[in-house]
Design a protein around this ligand. Structure first.
Ligand code: NDP
Length: 304
């Protein structure tokens, strides 16, 4: 019987592992599909405290892994196939390699993935002008023209943030009205640097090795046009990786795990949530790391 199992190996999972290991709980981390999580897919991280020169996302998560292992955390490279959760009892975890693990406490740190447009050109130009995080990459677009795809609160927030750097921000939305809240929509629509392209879908991101523009299709008359830009920020919302706990744990309508009273506790005693799978608002490496720390402390107290 394990004391603590942590599902997920991003900043939330590894920080939970560092804290749980230092509390002598010998945590077992289940890596998930991408060892190191989403952060390994970004290039330069410039906003993680302690790295004034910036740090490569992959390198940062590998350092977190080394730190967790140094204190006795174990890493199992596998995916979770099935979870059987209980309220205050034994948590049963079945892995895709056939292993079945039982644990007294469970920390779910499975993350979330951005919803992408699904274009081949988008995939090819990721980190070469295509991004899903203005907070992470906006500063690289000083005095440049950028496009934001989407019409929700995330898109408005990204667009407003990008006005600090970009010379012009063009929001491309597939309908002629925004999904965003009134206050965010008004703020964006009243901003002198933001322009809207309505009823339009991005059908291709242009450029060989870096973004040079986008091709958009007007959904009303099917006409196509080209908009020149150097950056494309895809802000179509996030999909939390919470399929495995669906129906067993309290979640919001979008599938993010609900946490109780500003803690990492879920509605099930002994089951804790940390990082982007339980946070649609901040979604930063540093906030995920902080959430992992909270989950480990809550798990330690629960076991105590
Ligand atoms: P939303 O699901 O609210 O919005 C997603 C947007 O992307 C929609 O405008 C949608 O278009 C568009 N979209 C989705 N798929 C595609 C596609 N394939 N092609 C083109 N467009 C697409 O996600 P958000 O991340 O914006 O918001 C999630 C939640 O988080 C909301 O509750 C929001 O209020 C909250 N939030 C709050 C913030 C704040 O208060 N500061 C900041 C960020 C988020 P369509 O409208 O046509 O469906």
């Amino acid at each position: 019987m394990e004391k603590v199992v942590i599902i997920g190996s991003g900043p939330a999972g590894y920080t939970a592992a560092v804290y749980a290991a230092r509390a002598n709980l010998e945590p077992l981390v289940i890596s998930g599909n991408t060892i190191g999580g989403l952060l390994t897919q970004t290039s330069e991280v410039e906003n993680f405290p302690g790295f004034p020169e910036g740090v490569n996302g992959y390198e940062l998560t590998m350092k977190m892994q080394t730190q967790a292992e140094k204190f006795g955390a174990r890493l199992e490279i596998a995916n979770v196939e099935k979870l059987e959760l209980t309220d205050g009892g034994v948590q049963k975890i079945t892995l895709d390699n056939g292993n079945v693990i039982e644990s007294k406490a469970l920390i779910i740190a499975t993350g979330a993935t951005p919803r992408w447009l699904g274009l081949e050109s988008e995939e090819r130009l990721k980190n070469c002008g295509v991004s899903a995080c203005a907070t992470c990459d906006g500063a690289f677009f000083e005095d440049m023209k950028v496009v934001v795809a989407g019409g929700g609160d995330s898109a408005m927030e990204e667009a407003l943030f990008l006005t600090k750097f970009a010379s012009e921000v063009i929001v491309v939305h597939r309908r002629n009205e925004l999904r965003a809240s009134k206050i965010m929509a008004e703020r964006a629509m009243n901003h002198e640097k933001i322009r809207f392209v309505w009823n339009s879908q991005i059908v291709e991101i242009l450029g060989e090795s870096e973004v040079t523009g986008i091709k958009v299709k007007n959904n009303a008359d099917n006409s196509e046009s080209v908009i020149e830009c150097q950056g494309v920020f895809v802000a179509l919302g996030h999909v939390p990786a919470t399929e495995i706990v669906k129906g067993q744990i309290d979640m919001d309508d979008a599938g993010f795990i609900k946490l109780e009273n500003n803690t990492s506790m879920t509605n099930l005693a002994g089951v804790f949530g940390a990082g982007d799978c339980a946070d649609h608002r901040y979604r930063q490496a540093i906030t995920a790391a902080a959430a992992g720390c909270r989950a480990a402390i809550d798990a330690e107290r629960y076991l105590g």
